[in-house]
Design a protein around this ligand. Structure first.
Ligand code: DX5
Ligand code: ZN
Length: 217
Protein backbone atom coordinates (compact mmCIF):
# COMPACT_ATOMS: atom_id res chain seq x y z
CA UNK A 1 0.00 0.00 0.00
CA UNK A 2 1.23 3.47 -0.86
CA UNK A 3 0.19 6.92 0.30
CA UNK A 4 0.62 9.70 -2.28
CA UNK A 5 0.09 13.24 -0.97
CA UNK A 6 -0.92 15.67 -3.73
CA UNK A 7 0.97 18.96 -3.72
CA UNK A 8 -2.06 20.63 -5.30
CA UNK A 9 -3.14 21.43 -1.73
CA UNK A 10 0.35 22.38 -0.50
CA UNK A 11 1.58 25.94 -0.02
CA UNK A 12 3.04 26.80 -3.45
CA UNK A 13 5.16 29.55 -1.89
CA UNK A 14 6.79 26.95 0.39
CA UNK A 15 6.72 23.88 -1.79
CA UNK A 16 10.11 22.39 -0.90
CA UNK A 17 9.24 22.64 2.81
CA UNK A 18 5.82 21.03 2.26
CA UNK A 19 7.34 18.19 0.24
CA UNK A 20 9.84 17.48 3.00
CA UNK A 21 7.06 17.48 5.59
CA UNK A 22 5.24 14.61 3.85
CA UNK A 23 8.48 12.75 3.08
CA UNK A 24 9.43 12.80 6.77
CA UNK A 25 5.80 12.00 7.57
CA UNK A 26 6.03 8.62 5.81
CA UNK A 27 4.61 9.27 2.34
CA UNK A 28 5.56 6.85 -0.46
CA UNK A 29 4.82 8.90 -3.56
CA UNK A 30 4.58 12.61 -4.26
CA UNK A 31 1.55 13.19 -6.52
CA UNK A 32 2.07 16.11 -8.92
CA UNK A 33 -1.03 17.37 -10.75
CA UNK A 34 -0.15 18.88 -14.13
CA UNK A 35 -3.07 20.88 -15.60
CA UNK A 36 -3.06 22.75 -18.90
CA UNK A 37 -6.23 24.86 -18.70
CA UNK A 38 -7.64 22.98 -21.69
CA UNK A 39 -8.16 19.35 -20.74
CA UNK A 40 -9.29 20.62 -17.33
CA UNK A 41 -10.48 24.09 -16.30
CA UNK A 42 -7.40 24.91 -14.22
CA UNK A 43 -3.66 25.53 -14.71
CA UNK A 44 -0.87 24.32 -12.44
CA UNK A 45 2.70 23.40 -13.30
CA UNK A 46 4.86 21.91 -16.03
CA UNK A 47 8.06 19.86 -16.38
CA UNK A 48 10.08 22.71 -14.87
CA UNK A 49 8.38 22.11 -11.53
CA UNK A 50 9.17 18.39 -11.65
CA UNK A 51 12.83 19.19 -12.39
CA UNK A 52 12.92 21.67 -9.49
CA UNK A 53 11.45 19.15 -7.03
CA UNK A 54 13.63 16.22 -8.14
CA UNK A 55 16.70 17.20 -6.06
CA UNK A 56 14.53 18.14 -3.08
CA UNK A 57 13.08 14.66 -2.39
CA UNK A 58 13.68 10.92 -2.77
CA UNK A 59 9.94 10.26 -3.03
CA UNK A 60 8.61 8.61 -6.18
CA UNK A 61 7.36 11.45 -8.40
CA UNK A 62 3.90 10.39 -9.54
CA UNK A 63 2.95 12.83 -12.30
CA UNK A 64 -0.73 13.06 -13.25
CA UNK A 65 -1.00 14.77 -16.63
CA UNK A 66 -4.34 16.51 -17.17
CA UNK A 67 -3.16 17.79 -20.52
CA UNK A 68 -4.51 17.55 -24.07
CA UNK A 69 -2.32 15.25 -26.23
CA UNK A 70 0.13 14.49 -23.42
CA UNK A 71 2.40 12.52 -25.79
CA UNK A 72 3.86 15.92 -26.73
CA UNK A 73 5.43 16.18 -23.28
CA UNK A 74 6.48 12.63 -22.36
CA UNK A 75 10.17 13.15 -23.08
CA UNK A 76 10.29 16.43 -21.17
CA UNK A 77 8.69 14.94 -18.05
CA UNK A 78 10.92 11.86 -18.18
CA UNK A 79 14.02 14.04 -18.45
CA UNK A 80 12.75 16.24 -15.61
CA UNK A 81 12.82 13.21 -13.30
CA UNK A 82 9.27 11.84 -13.26
CA UNK A 83 9.09 8.22 -12.07
CA UNK A 84 5.49 7.54 -13.09
CA UNK A 85 3.59 9.31 -15.87
CA UNK A 86 -0.18 9.02 -15.75
CA UNK A 87 -2.05 9.84 -18.97
CA UNK A 88 -5.81 10.30 -19.40
CA UNK A 89 -7.42 7.93 -21.88
CA UNK A 90 -9.71 10.83 -22.89
CA UNK A 91 -6.81 13.19 -23.65
CA UNK A 92 -5.51 11.66 -26.88
CA UNK A 93 -6.75 9.52 -29.78
CA UNK A 94 -3.48 7.56 -29.41
CA UNK A 95 -3.37 6.39 -25.80
CA UNK A 96 -1.62 3.14 -26.75
CA UNK A 97 1.20 4.91 -28.56
CA UNK A 98 1.44 7.52 -25.80
CA UNK A 99 1.89 4.82 -23.14
CA UNK A 100 4.45 3.04 -25.32
CA UNK A 101 6.39 6.32 -25.44
CA UNK A 102 6.38 6.48 -21.65
CA UNK A 103 7.75 2.92 -21.39
CA UNK A 104 10.36 3.70 -24.04
CA UNK A 105 11.48 6.65 -21.92
CA UNK A 106 12.33 4.13 -19.20
CA UNK A 107 9.71 5.16 -16.63
CA UNK A 108 6.45 3.70 -15.35
CA UNK A 109 3.34 4.13 -17.49
CA UNK A 110 -0.05 4.72 -15.94
CA UNK A 111 -3.47 5.29 -17.49
CA UNK A 112 -6.34 7.19 -15.88
CA UNK A 113 -10.05 7.43 -16.51
CA UNK A 114 -12.48 10.19 -15.62
CA UNK A 115 -15.63 9.42 -13.62
CA UNK A 116 -17.69 9.58 -16.84
CA UNK A 117 -15.45 7.15 -18.74
CA UNK A 118 -16.29 3.43 -18.74
CA UNK A 119 -13.65 0.88 -17.80
CA UNK A 120 -14.02 -0.75 -21.22
CA UNK A 121 -12.14 2.16 -22.75
CA UNK A 122 -8.83 1.22 -21.10
CA UNK A 123 -9.07 -2.56 -21.54
CA UNK A 124 -6.82 -2.63 -24.63
CA UNK A 125 -3.95 -0.97 -22.74
CA UNK A 126 -4.15 -2.94 -19.47
CA UNK A 127 -1.37 -5.36 -20.52
CA UNK A 128 0.93 -2.36 -21.07
CA UNK A 129 0.57 -0.36 -17.89
CA UNK A 130 2.22 -0.35 -14.47
CA UNK A 131 -0.62 1.55 -12.83
CA UNK A 132 -4.28 2.39 -13.43
CA UNK A 133 -5.66 5.53 -11.80
CA UNK A 134 -9.39 5.63 -11.12
CA UNK A 135 -10.57 9.23 -10.65
CA UNK A 136 -12.95 9.44 -7.72
CA UNK A 137 -13.77 13.09 -8.50
CA UNK A 138 -13.80 15.03 -11.76
CA UNK A 139 -10.26 16.27 -12.34
CA UNK A 140 -9.31 19.94 -12.04
CA UNK A 141 -9.56 20.86 -8.37
CA UNK A 142 -8.73 19.63 -4.91
CA UNK A 143 -11.23 19.38 -2.08
CA UNK A 144 -14.15 17.83 -3.98
CA UNK A 145 -16.56 15.19 -2.74
CA UNK A 146 -15.64 11.53 -3.23
CA UNK A 147 -17.81 9.66 -5.78
CA UNK A 148 -18.55 6.23 -4.22
CA UNK A 149 -19.95 4.87 -7.50
CA UNK A 150 -16.34 4.73 -8.78
CA UNK A 151 -15.55 1.89 -6.37
CA UNK A 152 -17.25 -0.48 -8.81
CA UNK A 153 -14.52 0.29 -11.35
CA UNK A 154 -11.83 -0.41 -8.77
CA UNK A 155 -13.40 -3.78 -7.95
CA UNK A 156 -13.70 -4.79 -11.60
CA UNK A 157 -10.10 -3.77 -12.27
CA UNK A 158 -8.95 -5.84 -9.31
CA UNK A 159 -10.84 -8.84 -10.71
CA UNK A 160 -9.41 -8.27 -14.19
CA UNK A 161 -5.82 -8.33 -12.96
CA UNK A 162 -6.49 -11.49 -10.99
CA UNK A 163 -8.00 -13.35 -13.93
CA UNK A 164 -5.40 -12.10 -16.41
CA UNK A 165 -1.67 -11.85 -16.09
CA UNK A 166 -1.68 -8.10 -15.44
CA UNK A 167 0.82 -6.45 -13.12
CA UNK A 168 -0.63 -2.95 -12.63
CA UNK A 169 -1.32 -1.30 -9.30
CA UNK A 170 -4.62 0.52 -8.76
CA UNK A 171 -4.54 4.15 -7.61
CA UNK A 172 -7.47 6.29 -6.48
CA UNK A 173 -7.49 10.10 -6.62
CA UNK A 174 -10.03 12.58 -5.35
CA UNK A 175 -11.84 12.96 -2.04
CA UNK A 176 -9.68 10.36 -0.30
CA UNK A 177 -9.88 10.87 3.47
CA UNK A 178 -10.34 8.98 6.74
CA UNK A 179 -14.01 8.62 5.69
CA UNK A 180 -13.36 7.02 2.29
CA UNK A 181 -9.92 5.37 2.24
CA UNK A 182 -11.11 2.10 3.77
CA UNK A 183 -13.76 1.54 1.09
CA UNK A 184 -11.09 2.13 -1.58
CA UNK A 185 -8.75 -0.39 0.03
CA UNK A 186 -11.52 -2.96 0.36
CA UNK A 187 -12.36 -2.51 -3.33
CA UNK A 188 -8.74 -3.33 -4.23
CA UNK A 189 -6.89 -0.03 -4.45
CA UNK A 190 -3.14 -0.02 -3.66
CA UNK A 191 -2.17 3.66 -4.01
CA UNK A 192 -4.08 6.44 -2.28
CA UNK A 193 -3.73 10.04 -3.44
CA UNK A 194 -4.79 12.65 -0.90
CA UNK A 195 -4.46 16.41 -1.22
CA UNK A 196 -6.74 18.43 1.03
CA UNK A 197 -6.96 15.68 3.66
CA UNK A 198 -3.17 15.69 4.12
CA UNK A 199 -2.27 19.35 3.60
CA UNK A 200 -5.47 20.83 5.01
CA UNK A 201 -4.55 19.69 8.53
CA UNK A 202 -2.08 21.11 11.03
CA UNK A 203 -0.12 17.84 11.14
CA UNK A 204 0.19 16.22 7.67
CA UNK A 205 2.28 13.35 9.11
CA UNK A 206 -0.58 12.34 11.38
CA UNK A 207 -3.00 12.39 8.43
CA UNK A 208 -0.71 10.10 6.42
CA UNK A 209 -0.47 7.68 9.32
CA UNK A 210 -4.25 7.68 9.78
CA UNK A 211 -4.77 6.87 6.09
CA UNK A 212 -2.19 4.10 6.28
CA UNK A 213 -3.82 2.53 9.33
CA UNK A 214 -7.32 2.69 7.85
CA UNK A 215 -6.21 1.32 4.47
CA UNK A 216 -4.46 -1.66 6.05
CA UNK A 217 -7.47 -3.95 5.82
C1 DX5 B 1 -7.74 16.59 -8.97
C2 DX5 B 1 -6.38 16.04 -8.71
C3 DX5 B 1 -6.17 15.46 -7.37
C4 DX5 B 1 -6.36 16.42 -6.23
C5 DX5 B 1 -7.01 15.64 -5.15
O1 DX5 B 1 -7.80 16.96 -10.31
O2 DX5 B 1 -6.11 15.00 -9.65
O3 DX5 B 1 -4.89 14.83 -7.29
O4 DX5 B 1 -5.17 16.96 -5.72
O5 DX5 B 1 -7.38 16.50 -4.13
P1 DX5 B 1 -8.26 16.00 -2.90
O6 DX5 B 1 -7.51 14.89 -2.23
O7 DX5 B 1 -8.38 17.22 -2.06
O8 DX5 B 1 -9.57 15.54 -3.46
ZN1 ZN C 1 -4.24 13.87 -9.37
Amino acid sequence: MKIAPSILSADFANLARDVQIVEKGGADYLHIDIMDGQFVPNITFGPGMVAALRPVTKLVLDCHLMVTEPERFVTQFAQAGADILTLHVESTPHIHRALQLVKAAGIKASVVLNPGTPLEQIKPVLPLVDQVLVMTVNPGFGGQKFLPAMLGKVKRLDQLRQTNDYHFEIEVDGGVSDQTVQSCAQAGADVFVAGSYVYGAADPAKQIQTLRNLAAV
